[in-house]
Design a protein. Structure first.
Length: 75
């Protein structure tokens, strides 16, 4: 459905970083979407897990930014 709408980039946020955000990132990367993870709009019960994911794991497949640094495309 997203491809049919011409969407090629996804900005990910959510709870929990180690659950929903991680699984969504992996699937979306497998589907060749361009990905942005808004690190300060994600949360995990374990702050260290959140830090490791956003600083070391996610940057391999996504552009990790803060909400202040994110400028969505204007239509």
């Amino acid at each position: 459905m997203l491809r049919g709408l011409g969407i090629g980039t996804l900005a990910l946020t959510g709870i929990a970083t180690s659950g929903v955000v991680l699984s969504t990132l992996r699937q979306a990367a497998d589907l060749d979407y361009q990905l942005i993870v808004l690190s300060d709009a994600c949360l995990d019960m374990d702050p260290e897990v959140h830090r490791v994911l956003t600083e070391k794991i996610f940057p391999r497949q996504a552009d990790v930014r803060t909400t202040a640094d994110w400028q969505p495309a204007k239509s």
